[in-house]
Design a binder for this molecule. Sequence first.
Ligand code: ADP
Ligand code: MG
Ligand code: ZN
Length: 480
Amino acid sequence: MTTYEAVIGLEIHAELMTASKMFCGCRVVDSVTAPPNSAVCPVCLGMPGMLPVINERALAFAVRVALALNCTIQPHNVFARKSYFYPDLPKGYQISQYELPLGRNGWLDITLDSGKKKRVAIRRVHLEEDTGKLTHTTGGTLVDYNRSGVPLLEIVSEPQLDSAEEVYAYAVSLRQILRYLGVNSGDLEKGVLRIEPNISVRPAGEKALGTRTEVKNLNSFRALAAATAFELERQAAILAAGGEVVQETRGWQEDRRETFSQRSKEEAEDYRYFPEPDLPPLQLDEAWIAALRADLPELPGTRRARYQAQFGLSAYDAAQLSEERSVAEWFDAAVAAGGEPKTVANWVINTLFALLNETGQTLDEAALSPDGLVALLRLVEDGTISHSAGREVLAAMFATGRSAEEIVAEKGLAQISDEDALLGAIRDVLASNPDAVAAYRGGKEGLLGWFVGQLMQATRGKANPQLANRLLREELAKGE
Ligand code: ADP
Ligand code: MG
Ligand code: ZN
């Protein structure tokens, strides 16, 4: 029996979070909440005679992404006209880049759940404009041009992924980087990030690529992985039965969990690409590119590796802390403020994440500062409060923005760590339980826990547990 291997390349379209559109001054608005056609002008509506002007910020965002993906930047840039007719494209052409993309020959390192790492080559990163949005209703098709002309970045990988799992890891890592760079929210459901796998299979060992299909309309990572897995099986079954895969664009039907044929694939010639005559060629300044490079944040992959190497965190904890830039920077600030990295990591992951989940806040919106957490951890460390009281204090700090010291004082949570104070309470407990004391001294040492419980009751839970244990043992031993 022939076995088949998968070959997959990803095309990703990311809208850039600029204030205005790619070639006009219209605002970029939320495609879900803004009233339809409320952010449009003659340029993005494709009126004859209107001239585009390049948005510098969009260009800077695009260069940031290309640099973060290790691309070579093409300083001499030409926009190209890609002609086709569709009602969501009022100009009859899209301004894009073709022969001279902004970036090429980059790569993205991915890590699979199994821990396996892989470097995936990135073929090109280019800048273009988004189209309008069509909504099909029973009364006819509606068109909203708010999205028309929004800066759009296309990121194309080489066909080097070989499983649904790798596709998933690649897409998740890329989204993480876009969010780190602050150029895209990564919201697949809103369509601001669109991920399209190009999928083929070939007999194992074969060098030539098989015929591919491209799957569109995937609005979650789960759909991406499921559609890829489905498509791989479908194609392998066709080949195994002696058939041929048709090159086409397919959609994903979430309820039936299968792909379906949408349209046959256009070839590049059909688009009649030519240099956009309304825009001058761009010459990017080397110093400007260098400044953008210097301004890149530490990216998630690098951070993850540093957290493991420098702080000895587990791969899992390092991944959790570096997933979002705001969390990673918050964590770094807490460590810089003197927090012990592993302790801070545990408190952030085990306690703080739960609080954030409950309130739906992000760490930078929360009232808790990194210094505040470190101050709290000092109180736990030096035994002023117990670990569990620490959790209670953290929740109160998180809710009110007040300091750990204030909350500990107000709630009376400080532990009794003073030997004399504790000894007094211990002697009271022993004096009022002579039978238990006699039993302990007669050999029932298992009763120690019971005495600790009595002491905790007497001190309303505030006895420092380590100290309480030691003193109790000593006092009980005295009479033996
Ligand atoms: P187009 O722009 O016409 O869709 P490209 O050649 O630019 O085509 O490729 C788009 C994506 O498809 C790239 O990510 C590329 O890696 C991938 N790709 C190309 N050929 C194949 C193939 N035979 N199997 C899987 N992926 C492919
Ligand atoms: Mg394509
Ligand atoms: Zn406009």
